[in-house]
Design a protein around this ligand. Structure first.
Ligand code: KIV
Length: 271
């Protein structure tokens, strides 16, 4: 059954309230109107137009070639059909290199229909988050494995395994929230660290390869539908199409599993 009629449209303040009430958030990426419409109808709370589109839609090896224009095109397509889900859109590679550049890129994405922008990292990005938040632009921070740093990281790897790296990640998470982030994506982070960060911050954490204790989960659409991405399949990925039998069924199965805490289990997480 569609939850379309039951759920009020999500707002940014409602996300923090969901955390206070212990209501888990189900998020998926979408890049076009067709899939976004099904996600919206079947109870997905947040839709992310991720710069992962560089890999899964455009066929690149990384997210680095994605431009603000690419993001705006896909954001507009998704925005046209969402009725309930909150739309988050990625600031692509180096479009957030300075606060001013990030403001210009965010205006383009918000005018295309995004309700929040997501940016990767802490460090000098704290100034960017502060600058955007002070101008009433809702920001989602993305920490852990940050794909735009793939050249520096040397590959797509779990982050925060050593004690010092874990302490830094916790400090970064707190700093991004203090700077004004309203949501925090944690990618490829060991389960105990993600649990500690989730307990330490007032905003919802959304895990992807970060274990079951986050306030919500996100998956890339192609991964959750079991499509061959041409890359090694990460441990946390689960094929919900196999379980749900149709795209709508897969979305329902994913949303239900996120809400009741059965996904991700230990098999789909890093210890
Ligand atoms: O670009 C993307 O799809 C993302 C998710 C992996 C969180 O950032």
């Amino acid at each position: 059954m569609s939850v379309h009629a039951e759920q009020k449209p999500w707002t940014v303040p409602a996300l923090a309230e969901a955390k206070r009430q212990g209501r888990r958030l189900a998020m998926l990426t979408a890049y076009d109107a067709g899939f976004a419409r099904v996600m919206d109808r079947e109870g997905i709370d947040l839709v992310l137009v991720g710069d992962s589109l560089g890999m899964v839609v455009q066929g690149h090896d990384s997210t680095l070639p994605v431009t603000v224009a690419d993001m705006a095109y896909h954001t507009a397509a998704v925005a046209r059909v969402l009725k309930q889900a909150l739309l988050v859109s990625d600031l692509p590679f180096q479009s957030d290199a300075t606060p001013e550049r990030a403001l210009d890129a965010s205006v383009v994405l918000l005018q295309a229909g995004a309700q929040m922008v997501k940016l990767e990292g802490a460090g000098h990005k704290l100034d960017v988050i502060r600058f955007l938040a002070a101008r009433d632009i809702p920001v989602c921070s993305h920490l852990g494995l940050t794909p735009q740093s793939v050249l520096k990281l040397g590959g797509f790897r779990v982050q925060g395994r050593e004690a010092q790296a874990a302490a830094q990640l916790l400090a970064d998470a707190q700093a991004t929230v203090e700077a004004g982030a309203s949501l925090l994506v944690l990618e490829c982070v060991p389960t105990p660290l993600a649990q500690k960060i989730t307990a330490a911050v007032s905003v919802p954490t959304i895990g992807i390869g970060a274990g079951p204790h986050c306030d919500g989960q996100v998956l890339v659409m192609h991964d959750f539908l079991g499509l061959d991405s041409g890359h090694r399949r990460p441990r946390f990925v689960k094929d919900f199409l196999a379980e749900g039998g149709s795209v709508a069924g897969a979305v329902r199965a994913y949303a239900a599993a996120v809400r009741d805490g059965s996904y991700p289990d230990a098999e789909h997480a890093y210890a």
